[in-house]
Every structure is written in structure tokens, then in C-alpha cells.
Ligand binder design. Structure first.
Ligand SMILES: O=C(O)CCC(=O)C(=O)O
Ligand SMILES: [Fe+2]
Length: 387
């Protein structure tokens, strides 16, 4: 409790109590706070979110053992084994803004089979209905690489439970966003749920998406300066992000509305929620994908662990399709407050080549893991996306 109060005092970001959603006398307060967080801040905490503490602890308690495994274990789960960019990437292997990110990570996702069809073996119309599974971006979808059960006992089960709880939370949260947008609850269900009856007439059926979860470790710095855990960025892996910050190690910072870095410290019992590039693009910038970064822990600190859940979208969905669901009353909020920011990552969606989520995701993954991209997609494809 003391910790929670300290955190709340430290952070100037809004903390929304999701239990208000079930209380008719307070629901409106929650929706007003959400409206403010969506359109004026772009970053928020949620508490009383309904994810059982045990579900979180079961996964979190296995992180030290997972990251303490030796190089052979980590190499056996390397992302290089996976055309889906799922698996381990080592310390300082990623760069943001031209600098190494001082973190290591396991990328996991919704456990799903491969759907991609190799055009060499299938006709180009080899999809189901109007879906063409020979499109290269479908190759992003596929199963996880799992550690051996005897090496990290209970890991797979703990991960799957955590995934399902976060998926459910994310869908529930999207319903609140719909309400805050003033559109019927369930409008976006078509994107997430199989055979949903959706609140609006369907344009077409989508395949429920694959969500991504990163398990991240930021070790204490070995030098006397504080390096970059991850450089300033907007999230590009999904629609909404639900971040769990483990323990008490601070480091996450967010750009405020007046352009200053503010701390987003861990607050017990909360998730941090923020919005990805696709969300910013779909709302014409009315809801911003807020820039954030993580400072590496000091040499005297403990390691910092975090678990971002990136809510996915169907790969064959386009930003123009999503825009059709966003009312003018929402989109004009941005236009009233100024011009669209010229961020490459958001304006990417304004280029018709990357308009589909699949194209933009394939581009993003190849650009951040070039070696994996070249290995599984070939030099010609990699060069196309790296241009
Ligand atoms: O580790 C964190 O707290 C944030 C990580 C993050 O922003 C990301 O991986 O996109
Ligand atoms: Fe992020």
C-alpha cells in the first residue's frame, strides 16, 4: 500500500480504476477519465484490472531462472530458428535510434499453427474464401519456441494462463475505448473474435489475430553511465500495449503533452496501457502513440524485468478499413488541436504499400531483425523492406 501511494504520487499519468466499469454509479467517471487519457495523454495505468495476482506471479517468478540459463539454452531458442520472429534475442542485439538497447528478450505470442502457404506448392488463390495465404506476411503467424519443461518447470502453463488473461483484459478494455469513442460496444469485436456478431454490419470475416508478449530483462549497467534500456520509440507491434513492470526498478519514461520526459514508475497492482502506431494512424492522430523509452538500471540496481503484451490485429486488415469504424467526432479531435505529427513510424501507414497490418508488421520485423529476415525471407524481400 505504501508503495502504491508512493508510485501514485510520483507519476503524473492517470490511474484508472477498472472496477468502476461494473459500478453503475461510477462508470461514467471511468469513461470520462478514459476519454481524457485517450485524447490528452496517450499513456495511463489501470488498477483493479481483474487479472489474478497468481497468474502474474506464476510467470514473473520464473523470469530470473529463464534469463539465467546458459548460452546453449538461449541459442536453442534463438529467433534465428523462427520465420515468425519468435524466440530469444541476446543482450544489445537490437538498436533504437542508432544505439544499442541494453536488454535481452524472449518474444512469444498467441500459440497458433502456421497458415502461410508456400506459393511454390500452392496456386496464388490458395486461401480460404477471399483470403490468400500465400501472401508473405502470413508467414509471421506461427507457433512459439518453448523451453524444455524440465529446464523451466511450469513455464509453458504459466505463460499460457498469463496470455489468456491479458487477451481477455485487452478485449474488455477495447469495449471501454469504444464507449469512450461513443460507438457501439463490440464495434471492434470483428477484428478479434471468431464468428462475432459485432455491433456493426460486417464488411468481412477476419481471423482472430496473434498477440505478442515480450519477456524482457534489463541487467544493471556494467559501466558508470546509464545507457539506454530501449531507446525512444512508439509501439509498432500492435493496437494497444498492456505493460507489466516487475518489482520496483524504475526506468520507463514517457514524453508528456508538453514534450518533457516524465517517469512512469512501477505501481503495484497496475498495468501501463498505451497505444500503438496503428491506433494513431486509424484515429488520424486523435489518440497518440506516445513516445517512451527505458533507461538501463544503474550498476548498483537490481535487474529490471518487464512484460509488454502487444494486442494484435488481423494481418489482412488495413488502416483504411479500421478508419471506417472511427467516427468523425473522434477523428476531428486531432485536427482541431493541430497538424498530424510527422513520425515516420506512423506515416508508414499513410504509404499505401504498408497500409495492411501484415505488410507493416513484416517491414517492422525485418527492419528490427535483419538477419532473421534475410534467412527466412531472402535477400530480395529483405532489401525491399529495408529500403
Ligand atoms: O520495459 C518496459 O518498461 C517498456 C518496454 C517497451 O516499451 C517495449 O518493449 O516496447
Ligand atoms: Fe514500447
Amino acid at each position: 500500500m505504501a508503495r502504491e501511494m508512493q508510485g501514485e504520487a510520483l507519476s503524473s499519468l492517470p490511474i484508472l480504476d477498472l472496477s468502476y466499469a461494473d459500478d453503475p454509479s461510477r462508470r461514467l467517471i471511468l469513461l470520462q477519465e478514459l476519454h481524457n487519457a485517450l485524447f490528452n495523454v496517450g499513456f495511463l495505468y489501470i488498477k483493479n484490472h481483474g487479472v489474478p495476482l497468481e497468474t502474474i506471479t506464476n510467470l514473473v517468478s520464473r523470469l530470473p531462472a529463464l534469463f539465467n540459463q546458459g548460452n546453449d539454452f538461449k541459442a536453442s531458442l534463438s529467433k534465428l530458428n523462427s520465420p515468425h520472429f519468435l524466440g530469444y534475442s541476446g543482450f544489445a542485439e537490437e538498436t533504437t535510434l542508432g544505439k544499442k538497447d541494453l536488454r535481452e528478450q524472449f518474444d512469444l505470442a498467441t500459440e497458433l499453427p502456421v497458415v502461410w502457404q508456400d506459393p511454390k506448392n500452392h496456386k496464388a488463390t490458395g486461401g480460404v474464401g477471399d483470403r490468400d495465404f500465400t501472401k508473405l506476411y502470413w508467414r509471421l503467424r506461427g507457433p512459439n519456441q518453448w523451453p524444455c519443461e524440465d529446464q523451466i518447470p511450469g513455464f509453458k502453463n504459466a505463460y499460457l494462463k498469463y496470455h489468456d488473461a491479458l487477451q481477455a483484459l485487452s478485449y474488455r478494455f477495447v469495449h471501454l475505448v469504444e464507449e469512450a469513442f461513443g460507438i457501439p460496444i463490440g464495434t471492434f469485436d470483428n477484428f478479434f473474435l471468431p464468428h462475432s456478431t459485432g455491433a456493426q454490419a460486417k464488411t468481412r470475416e477476419y481471423m482472430p489475430p496473434q498477440h505478442r508478449i515480450k519477456l524482457v530483462k534489463y541487467p544493471p549497467s556494467t559501466e558508470n553511465y546509464q545507457g539506454q534500456g530501449v531507446g525512444a520509440h512508439k509501439d509498432s507491434s500492435g493496437w494497444l500495449t498492456f505493460l507489466y513492470q516487475v518489482g520496483r526498478e524504475e526506468g520507463l519514461e514517457v514524453v508528456s503533452t508538453i514534450g518533457e520526459w516524465i517517469l512512469a514508475p512501477p505501481i503495484e497492482g497496475t498495468f501501463v496501457v498505451n497505444f500503438g502506431n496503428a491506433f494513431e494512424a486509424a484515429t488520424d492522430g486523435a489518440v497518440k502513440a506516445t513516445v517512451h523509452r527505458v533507461k538501463a538500471p544503474l550498476s548498483t540496481s537490481n535487474p529490471r524485468y518487464s512484460i509488454p503484451f502487444f494486442q494484435g490485429l488481423p494481418l489482412d486488415l488495413t488502416i483504411s478499413e479500421i478508419r471506417r469504424y472511427i467516427p468523425e467526432s473522434v477523428r476531428k479531435l486531432r485536427r482541431e488541436s493541430g497538424a498530424l505529427e510527422n513520425h515516420d513510424s506512423v506515416s508508414t501507414f499513410l504509404d499505401s504499400r504498408w497500409d495492411s497490418l501484415g505488410e507493416s508488421q513484416l517491414r517492422k520485423w525485418i527492419r528490427s531483425h535483419e538477419e532473421v529476415g534475410r534467412k527466412w525471407y531472402g535477400d530480395e524481400v529483405a532489401s525491399y523492406y529495408l529500403r
